[in-house]
Design a protein around this ligand. Sequence first.
Ligand SMILES: [Ca+2]
Ligand SMILES: [Ca+2]
Ligand SMILES: [Ca+2]
Ligand SMILES: [Ca+2]
Length: 362
Amino acid sequence: MSGDTVQVAAGTYYENITLQSGVIVQGAGASVTTIDGGGSGSVVYASNVDSAAKLDGFTITGSNYGVYNTNSSSPTITNNTITGNTTYGIRNTISSSPTISNNIHTASTTAGIRNYFFSSPTITNNPITGNTTYGIRNYSSSPTVTNSILWDNGQEIYNSNSTPVVTYSDIEGGYTGTGNIDTDPQFVNPGAGDYHLQSGSPAIDAGDNTAVPGWLTTDFEGDPRIWGAAVDMGADEYYVSMVTATIDIKPGSVPNSINLKSRGVIPVAILTTPDFDATTVNWTTVRFGPNAASPAHDLSDPLVLADHQRDVDGDGDIDFVFHFRTQETGIVTGDIEACLEGTTLGGTPIQGCDSVRTVPAK
Ligand SMILES: [Ca+2]
Ligand SMILES: [Ca+2]
Ligand SMILES: [Ca+2]
Ligand SMILES: [Ca+2]
C-alpha cells in the first residue's frame, strides 16, 4: 500500500520484484542484500509508479535488465549496486524519469543506463564504470547528469536525438558542461568492486552541492553526503572521522601545573590505548595549545624519535611524548584545559585534551 515500507533482511533473493507507487523497498545495504533476477527479464520492474516509490540498498543483478522503468515511471533509486545484467543496468522508457542517486552501475553488457523515448532521469552522484558498450545511452531523451563519474565504459555517453545536461562530472575523454573534468577518478580497487575514492582523488570536493537532493544526507555507506569543501563526485564521500586520543600533559604528574613565566618546555604524552596506537602519529603534524605550537624537537633523527617513544604510564605499551615551548602554546592565566591535534601517518585526524592549572594563579 502507498506509504508502506517493505524492509528486506540481508541475504540473496532469487526473484523478480515490481515497484508500486508510494511504497519504499528498503534493503539492508547493497553489500549484504542481493536480488538476483535469475537470467531473463527484469530484476525490478516499474510501470507508471510515482516518485514516492523507492528502491534503496540492494545489489541488483543477474537478468537482462536490472531495473526497468516504463510508462511514465519516476521512482527514486538510491544506494544500490547495479551490476552484471546482460543488457542494461537501468532501462528507462516511454517518459520515465526516475531519480537515480548514490548508485554504482557496473558490468552491464550494453549500457549502465539506457534512456529511451522521452525519458529524462536525474542522475546524481553515480559512478558508471566498466560497462561493456556504453555508460549512458540516450535515444530521444535528455537526462540531467551531475556529480557523477563515467569512466572505463566502451563509450561513456552515446546520444541519438538527445541533449543530456552533464555538469560537475568526471567523464573519460571529456564532455561539455560546467565543472566537468577528465581525470582518472582513482577508485580504491574497482577490479574488486571497491569504488571508494582514494585520498588524492580529483573527484573529492569537485561536485555541485546544489544538485544533491535534500533527502540525500549520506553517501552510499552512511557517511555525511557533503563533507569538506564540497560534495564529491560518485557514490562515495571521502570522509575520515576524528579519533579522540588520550593525552597526558606532564606525564605522571597531577595537577598539570603550567608556569606561564617559564622559558622551558611542557611535556605532553599521547597514550597508547587498546583503541589507538600512539606511535602511528605523524609527529610533523602535531600541534598543541591555543596557538598551535609545533614540537620543540626535530624528531626526524631515529635516535631522537626513539627517545620520545616510550612507555610513560607503565602499562607495557609504547606512548609518544612531545615537548612544546611554554611561550609558544598560547596558554594564558586561568585556562583549565589544553588540547593537542594532529594526524596519523595514514592521515586520520586526532585530537586529545587534558586539564591544566596555570601558575602563578590569578
Ligand atoms: Ca567532499
Ligand atoms: Ca564514504
Ligand atoms: Ca599529567
Ligand atoms: Ca603506555
